[in-house]
Design a binder for this molecule. Structure first.
Ligand code: IPD
Length: 277
C-alpha cells in the first residue's frame, strides 16, 4: 500500500503535470526574459508563475512543510535542508531552452524528510514523459520501470554534462579541459542538452552512461537523484565521496566504476555552496 508520503507523492505528480501544461503552452508564446547571476542565467514570468502555483498549492495541503525553490532562492530565500519535510522545486529546468523554444524543458519536484530524499518527480513537458522515483520502490517513466546502463569502460561511454552559468575565462578553460580529458579517454561522445534534470533522467533510463556538472543547484539534483538511485545508478560528489546536495557539483553514472573514472578525470570548478548564498 501507500506508505507515509503517498499523499505528498500524488500531489507532486498532479502539480508537475499541471505545471507542464502551462509551460508547454507558454513555450510557443512571446516571453519576457530577465537575467539573474549572469547574462546567461535566465528567468521568465513563466518560471515565477509555475513556482508560485506549485508552492501555494503544496502549502495549502501541507502547511507545516518547508520549501527550497529556484526563484525563491534567487529572490534571497535561504537554501537550508532541515529534518522537516522539505520540497525542493525547479519550476522550469532548462529555462534557456524554454526561451529559445528548444523542446527540452522539465518541471522538477523533489521531497526530503530527515535530510533524506524520499521521492522525485520530473516531467518532460513537450514529450509528456513523467519520470518518478520513490525510495525503495523503483523508478519509472510513464509507468515503465527504469534501469541504468551497466557500462564500466569510459572508452565505451556516452557522457552528459551541462555548462553552468559562468563564462569567465578561468571557468571556461576548466570546463573545456574537463571535456577534453573525457574525449582524450575516448568517451564515445559528450552531450549538452540544456537541462540538468532531463540529462539525469536519460542517465536513469540507460540512454547515457554518465553525467557530471559543476555549477548546478540542489533543485536540479534532488528529484533526479532519487530516480537514478532507484534505477540502480550512483550519484556522488566529484571528489569521489558521498553526494552533497548543496555543493553545486555532481557525478552520476550507471556503475560505481564509471562514476569513479569520471570523478578522477575531472578538475574542480568551485561554484560555492547553495546553503552559503
Ligand atoms: C539550469 C539548466 C542548465 C544547467 C544549470 C541549471 P534552470 O537550470 O539545467 O542546463 O547548466 O546548471 O541550473 O536555470 O534552467 O532551472
Amino acid at each position: 500500500a501507500g506508505g507515509p508520503w503517498e499523499e505528498c507523492f500524488e500531489a507532486a505528480v498532479q502539480l508537475a503535470l499541471r505545471a507542464g501544461q502551462i509551460i508547454k503552452k507558454a513555450l510557443s508564446e512571446e516571453k519576457r526574459v530577465s537575467t539573474k547571476t549572469s547574462a546567461v542565467d535566465l528567468v521568465t514570468e513563466t518560471d515565477h508563475l509555475v513556482e508560485d502555483l506549485i508552492i501555494s498549492e503544496l502549502q495549502k495541503r501541507f502547511p507545516s512543510h518547508r520549501f527550497i525553490a529556484e526563484e525563491s532562492a534567487a529572490a534571497g530565500a535561504k537554501c537550508v535542508l532541515t529534518p522537516s519535510p522539505t520540497w525542493i522545486v525547479d519550476p522550469i529546468d532548462g529555462t534557456c531552452n524554454f526561451v529559445h523554444r528548444f523542446p527540452t524543458v522539465a518541471v522538477s519536484i523533489g521531497f526530503a524528510v530527515d535530510q533524506e530524499l524520499e521521492f522525485g518527480v520530473i516531467y518532460h513537458c513537450t514529450e509528456e514523459r513523467l519520470y518518478t522515483g520513490r525510495r525503495g520502490r523503483g523508478a519509472f517513466c510513464n509507468g515503465q520501470r527504469l534501469q541504468v546502463s551497466g557500462e564500466t569502460d569510459l572508452s565505451k561511454a556516452l557522457v552528459l554534462t551541462e555548462i553552468g552559468p559562468r563564462r569567465d575565462p578561468d571557468t571556461l578553460k576548466l570546463f573545456l579541459s574537463n571535456m577534453e580529458r573525457l574525449l582524450h579517454a575516448k568517451a564515445h561522445g559528450v552531450r549538452v542538452i540544456g537541462s540538468s534534470t532531463l540529462a539525469l533522467c536519460y542517465l536513469a533510463s540507460g540512454a547515457a552512461d554518465a553525467y557530471y556538472q559543476f555549477g548546478l543547484h540542489c533543485w536540479d539534483l534532488a528529484a533526479a537523484t532519487v530516480i537514478i538511485r532507484e534505477a540502480g545508478g550512483i550519484v556522488m560528489d566529484t571528489s569521489g565521496g558521498p553526494l552533497d546536495l548543496m555543493s553545486c557539483r555532481v557525478v552520476a553514472a550507471g556503475t560505481r566504476e564509471m562514476a569513479t573514472l569520471i570523478a578522477q578525470a575531472l578538475q574542480t570548478i568551485n561554484y560555492g555552496r547553495d546553503d552559503e548564498k
